[in-house]
Design a protein around this ligand. Structure first.
Ligand code: COA
Length: 431
């Protein structure tokens, strides 16, 4: 046994023992998505004496008990981006939401938060005493730096990713082991609408561009449509199955990148076991903290940067709501504005906001005269570049209010174009 293995054994305990280190009133910090340590979080709930514990996490991934109404008098979640798991808790007032740009989250942790404990799932320790935050790097280091106690949950199913993803045993107070498969997120099947939108975007992307894609049908369809290109690069917050397919198809080489030549760069990943296996010890994909990956200054260093993100609705001024349905928080700003702004400063850069033209079975236009009362602006009218629906691409940047309204009406569903035109005329946006 080497020195680090010796120390590891001294710090090793059970989840039930580790959570004895928490006290009522504690604030716990947890990494994004599959970085959440399920054994520790469940053992914490098992401690019936604990009260007023808050759990801060960018995106909660699994339906754990601390998020349920039954435990809401003892535990409170603090979310930076609501997911299917945490949305109800935020909308029902059982959890808090922190408005933020994704690249600023580490700075917010450092400047405004203090944690009693940091819990995280990591890959097994190597012979030099290093663990990896795996596919949940994001703001993990910043949270850890503000915690009085650091407890790791070692899971051999967490891939060991490379880049700036490591944490050393010396900085850890206790270790538990919990080897369970990571929760998977399957890609939704592609619709014809997804494919049309993906193709409009691909038609505007030149060989050698650097791509950021979000999650969902349209980004996956775009990844598929981009398979006709050459020498693309990837620099993204979330690494996806679609990106792995582009690499395997030989479309992504990262050869034309100004920085991180020959490497994909990301800050977290969600997907299936196939994706986690692909990322394990993969020298071609590096994970860095989000304050670097999503910083518009980093993004702007890459020529021909293309950012593709989805939205909930767009008004005729070009204001984009991507995170609320009226006043109800649906998700978060995430990295949308980081990449829109970074792409606007990249030489040859472009940013696309994508949406189906309608929602709710065609009964509702997603291009609207005014945002729904209570809806929040994610990407401002001054930042937005192009908006894409299945009816085409509206280029807004640099255009007058009248031209922008006409462009947006042109990509609205034909059933709504008449009423949108009348609404625009009523406020003298178009003659
Ligand atoms: N009015 C009312 N309801 C609407 C609506 C609108 N204008 N637009 C969408 N909805 C409803 C849909 O009907 C759907 O409801 P359902 O689940 O009951 O069917 C729900 O909202 C989700 O819509 P959908 O279009 O399927 O969302 P999505 O899963 O594709 O996510 C965003 C789209 C915009 C919410 C998501 O991309 C996001 O959160 N973006 C912001 C952050 C970001 O861009 N990050 C960077 C990339 S990771």
């Amino acid at each position: 046994m080497n020195k680090w293995q010796d120390i590891y054994q001294q710090k090793l305990c059970t989840a039930a023992q580790a959570v004895q280190l928490i006290h009522s009133g504690a604030i716990c910090a947890v990494p994004i998505g599959v970085g959440e340590p399920t054994a520790l979080l469940e053992a914490m709930v098992d401690r019936q004496d604990l009260r007023d514990v808050r759990v801060a996490q960018m995106i909660a991934h699994q339906r754990l008990r601390y998020l349920t109404p039954e435990e809401s008098d003892r535990f409170r979640h603090i979310s930076w981006f609501t997911s299917g798991t945490s949305r109800a808790a935020v909308q029902e007032g059982r959890a808090d939401f922190v408005p933020c740009f994704y690249h600023e989250i580490p700075m917010l942790h450092r400047d405004y938060w203090q944690y009693d404990v940091f819990f995280a799932t990591v890959s097994p320790m190597d012979k030099h005493g290093w663990f990896s935050f795996g596919v949940a790097v994001s703001e993990a280091h910043a949270m850890m730096s503000k915690a009085k106690l650091v407890i790791l949950e070692v899971n051999r199913f967490m891939p060991r990713t490379l880049g700036q993803s490591m944490v050393h045993l010396e900085d850890v107070d206790a270790v538990i082991e919990n080897h369970v498969p990571l929760p998977e997120l399957a890609s939704p099947p592609l619709t014809e609408t997804d494919k049309m939108i993906g193709q409009y975007i691909a038609d505007r992307v030149q060989d050698g561009s650097v791509i950021q894609l979000g999650i969902g049908g349209i980004p996956n369809a775009t990844a598929l449509a981009l398979c006709s290109k050459q020498d693309l690069g990837i620099h993204t917050e979330m690494f996806t199955e679609g990106m792995m397919d582009m690499i395997e198809a030989g479309v992504v080489t990262n050869r034309k990148k100004n920085i991180h030549l020959r490497k994909c760069v990301a800050t977290f990943a969600l997907g299936t076991r196939r994706l986690f296996d692909f990322l394990d010890d993969n020298l071609g994909v590096e994970f860095y903290p989000v304050e670097y990956v999503n910083d518009p200054v980093t993004v702007a260093k890459m020529d021909n940067f293309v950012s593709i993100n989805a939205c909930v609705e767009v008004d005729l001024f070009g204001q984009v709501c991507s995170e609320s349905i009226g006043p109800k928080q649906f998700s978060g700003t995430g990295g949308q504005v980081d990449f829109v702004r970074g792409a606007s400063k990249s030489k040859g850069g472009q940013s696309f906001i994508t949406t189906y033209s309608t929602a709710k079975g065609g009964s509702l236009s997603k291009i609207v005269p005014f945002l729904t009362p209570g809806a929040t602006v994610t990407t401002s009218k001054n930042d937005v570049d192009m908006v894409v629906t299945e009816f085409g691409v509206a280029k807004l940047k640099g255009k007058t209010g009248c031209e922008r309204a006409r462009e947006l009406i042109g990509i609205a569903h034909p059933d709504f174009r008449g009423e949108l035109t009348k609404a625009a005329q009523k406020i003298h946006l178009i003659p």
